[in-house]
Design a protein. Structure first.
Length: 400
């Protein structure tokens, strides 16, 4: 299907590429994306070729096609993109590439991070004595002024999410970037909840490194990720693990061994460890092609409008929407409830009851930190919002 422009018709055409949406109202891309037909077709072509062993040269071309397509999506150079298996690997590559010294510190806000952007720093504290400076959130958002103030000459990394996985607000980056540049620290971001849905221009933003995985906004399968590291930073980091694809041997074969001095691949390519997840790369060619055709800047506007419509409707029902009906940093995520510890189930009986009603009505969403989490992408429509509000109204009446 040819989607030439990001018009309402183009978005409707894109929705038709997700057959699973005929079965349910899907509002859970923050967990993982539903499978679209172009991605499924790419996977099937890969499997068909694999029946006779596949074409290794074609597999490598697919890796580079995916790398280049992702680089275009975020406005980076292909050399600044490493191929990883997930966000956790990307975060660890950067964290362990720093020459840490006793007394160095990292600044973050643990309460708003996914656990895997906590463990990496606690492990460095355990192994190397790195000081973890964790600030408390303010009204469910990063305390960016306090985080910036916590940065000093011994700060090596400041880390955050581009959008928090709950409650899902966009992170203002300028102040954090300025603080990092003042002392020569690196700004490392987890882009799980942004890339593919929200527009990111890495050439214009103060982001030094960004780790993403492919199964959410990028519309791909599990098992692959991309790590952006700005060139000047990538060439200052030292890979803890090194394999053939991180060593520059020109046109030598994939099993060639270097002799003498090791010349690393340029920029972030030095972090590649292979072989790659070639099946996922084939899928990502198709997924990135779809995103490019529709346009992420258009997807961002579309998803934000739906999220705001849902937030306003749920507020009218008296539900505790984080950030209220309108929030300046709400994009495609809406969280409902009060923060707690529940994951997949809520300790708040009222929120669990609403979740159960929505699930019974065919709505796919998540529970994170006791809150209901709704997340939108290009395939969603006002019909999805109407369906959630219809069920929520019925549930509200049943509560008396």
């Amino acid at each position: 299907m040819n989607l030439m422009t990001a018009t309402p018709n183009a978005l409707t055409d894109a929705r038709a590429l997700f057959p699973g949406l005929l079965q349910l109202t899907y509002l859970d891309v923050a967990g993982r994306a539903p499978l679209c037909t172009p991605v499924r077709a790419a996977i099937e072509r890969f499997l068909d070729a694999a029946e006779t062993g596949g074409d290794k040269a074609a597999m490598f071309r697919s890796i580079e096609a995916a790398r280049n397509a992702y680089a275009r999506l975020v406005n980076a150079s292909a050399d600044e993109i490493a191929i990883t298996k997930n966000i956790s690997e990307g975060l660890n590559i950067v964290a362990n590439g720093i020459d840490w010294r006793p007394g160095d510190n990292v600044v973050l806000c643990e309460e708003l991070e996914h656990a895997n952007n906590i463990y990496v720093w606690r492990n460095l504290a355990r192994r190397l004595g790195v000081q973890v400076r964790s600030l408390r959130p303010q009204d469910g958002e990063y305390p960016v002024a306090a985080m910036a103030a916590a940065v000093d000459e011994r700060t090596r990394i400041v880390t955050a999410c581009t959008h928090t996985f709950t409650p899902g607000f966009r992170t203002p980056l300028e102040l954090l970037g300025q603080a990092c540049r003042r002392v020569g620290a690196l700004l490392l971001l987890d882009g799980a909840q942004t890339v593919g849905i929200g527009h990111l221009d890495l050439a214009a933003l103060p982001i030094d490194a960004l780790a993403v995985s492919t199964q959410k906004g990028l519309l791909g399968p599990y098992g692959m990720g991309f790590l952006y590291v700005r060139r000047e930073w990538a060439e200052r980091l030292s890979p803890v693990y090194l394999a053939r694809f991180g060593v520059d041997l020109g046109e030598a074969g994939e099993a060639a061994a270097a002799s003498g001095h090791l010349r690393l691949m340029p920029a972030a390519r030095r972090f590649d460890l292979g072989n790659y997840n070639f099946l996922a790369a084939a899928a990502m060619e198709a997924a990135l092609g779809l995103l490019d055709t529709v346009g992420v800047a258009h997807i961002e506007v579309h998803a934000r409008a739906l999220a705001n419509q849902l937030a306003a409707g749920l507020c009218e029902l008296g539900l505790p929407v984080r950030g209220g009906p309108v929030h300046p940093r709400r994009d495609h995520l809406v969280s409902v409830g009060n923060p707690g510890e529940g994951h997949n189930a809520s300790g708040d009986a009222r929120m669990q009851s609403l979740y159960d009603a929505l699930a019974a009505g065919g709505v796919k969403l998540s529970i994170r930190k006791d809150m209901l989490r709704f997340s939108f992408h290009l395939y969603n429509s006002t019909d999805d919002v109407d369906r959630v509000l219809e069920i929520a109204r019925g549930w509200s009446r049943s509560q008396g």
